[in-house]
Design a protein around this ligand. Structure first.
Ligand code: FAD
Ligand code: NAP
Length: 339
């Protein structure tokens, strides 16, 4: 395990912000990971686990911390009754894994194609897209618990998953995830597609009984048409979580905004599409210094070139303020501050 000093994080965050890490180590095994933890302890440094950098907000300098790029590889399958267990190293690419499962006829994660980043970060915000969430297929997570100084195996329940949230997101830096076990199905029966946009796309292609490969291809095509590729335009996907409001709040809003987009969430609550709220406030396509709001999806904030986290957070504050003024709804930022 080698610790490097003064490493640029520009290539390690999909916003492409300029940033320097005082201490940086890439670990490729559990042994190296423990060595890095010991190093950080000795130097009194905080631990900052890093995957593909597609859900983080990076300040200009990351000091007093060891950035630990977790690159542990591995993909293993085991038969578990009618299902297949897939054990994945934290360093595997999420999208390549999805493609691999589709090629091997395994269903369960095909709707989460093209989500950037590594497997190890997937449980952190319980990644989700088109009605599927990681929690629907996750059996367990193996991680090094830096509080108890030991490896732990956490079951699905113990990960306390909720909408774009988990035990890991609520305890930043405590758990260093080394592998993830998924339970996938080898049956050709797929769950029903619930998302209107995806259904419409399948219909437009003349696909009435979508197979695994059809869902994968359609999700990839839809996402490529709507979302900016971080290689071309810096971004971290959705910048805000979709807010959850009460039934009475929804009723009040519907009187003023009859076209308001809302989906039932549990028994008594409703999820609003944050992108729609931001769009109504006139932010879609707006530039703010060197950052801005993406022209095809108002939920995605972008780096227009030489942007910085300071500018981005200023823009986020303006957006939050106008959404609150119009809808009395608080928007919560989805990516995590990397500091
Ligand atoms: P990073 O950004 O490197 O890290 C994210 C957080 O996890 C950080 O707090 C980090 O410290 C922690 N972390 C990383 N690795 C580990 C580890 N091994 N152990 C412990 N903690 C760790 N998200 C969705 O949910 N759904 C989407 O559809 C989606 N679409 C996106 C589209 C685009 C274009 C972009 C840019 C992002 C999108 N995202 C989406 C957000 C992001 O891709 C996911 O959250 C992804 O899981 C982040 O993975 P990463 O490896 O890049 O994590
Ligand atoms: P979309 O299909 O245009 O839908 C807009 C919003 O409405 C989404 O945020 C989605 O919520 C919600 N929605 C739509 N149909 C729904 C249904 N039947 N039931 C419940 N909620 C519904 O969204 P999009 O922007 O093109 O994104 C497609 C999918 O990819 C979404 O699931 C989105 O979350 C995911 N995505 C996530 C990120 C990220 O960084 N987190 C980035 C890009 C795309 P949900 O977001 O809760 O699904």
């Amino acid at each position: 395990m080698i610790v490097q000093n003064h490493i640029s994080l520009k290539e390690f965050n999909t916003f492409g912000f300029e940033s320097t890490a005082s201490y940086f180590a890439s670990v490729t095994s559990e042994c190296e990971l423990v060595e890095a933890v010991v190093y950080a302890r000795e130097k009194d440094l905080k631990l900052l686990p890093l995957g593909g950098g597609s859900n983080i907000l990076v300040p200009a300098a990351v000091e007093n911390a060891l950035v630990m790029h977790i690159n542990i590889p591995g993909i293993e399958t085991k038969k578990a009754g009618s299902e297949i267990e897939l054990v994945l190293g934290a360093g595997e690419s999420w999208h390549d894994t999805v493609e691999w499962t589709v090629n091997h006829g395994l269903s369960g994660i095909e709707a989460m194609a093209l989500i950037p980043g590594q497997v190890g970060a997937a449980p952190v915000q319980n990644i989700g897209a088109y009605g599927t969430e990681l929690k629907d297929v996750l059996k367990s997570v193996r991680a090094y618990d830096t509080k108890e100084n030991q490896f732990v195996e956490l079951s699905n329940n113990e990960c306390h998953f909720s909408y774009r949230d988990s035990l890991f997101k609520r305890n930043p830096g405590r758990y260093l995830i080394t592998s993830v076990c998924l339970l996938l199905s080898s049956s050709s029966e797929l769950s029903e597609v619930k998302y209107g946009g995806l259904n419409q796309y399948l219909q437009d292609q003349g696909i009435t009984h979508p197979k695994l490969q059809d869902i994968f291809n359609s999700v990839c095509a839809l996402r490529r048409s709507k979302l900016p590729d971080p290689i071309e335009i810096g971004n971290a996907g959705s910048f805000f979580k979709n807010p959850i409001i009460s039934g009475s709040h929804l009723q009040t809003l519907k009187e003023k905004w009859p076209n308001l987009v809302a989906y039932p969430e549990g028994e008594s609550h409703h999820k609003l599409a944050a992108g729609w709220l931001i769009d109504q406030c006139g932010w879609k396509g707006q530039k703010f210094g060197n950052v801005g709001v993406y022209s095809k999806q108002a939920l995605v904030l972008i780096n227009c070139g030489d942007g910085s986290l300071v500018e981005l957070m200023e823009l986020a504050e303006h957006i939050k303020k106008s959404v609150y003024q119009n809808f009395s709804v608080h928007l919560e930022i989805e990516p995590q501050l990397f500091a």
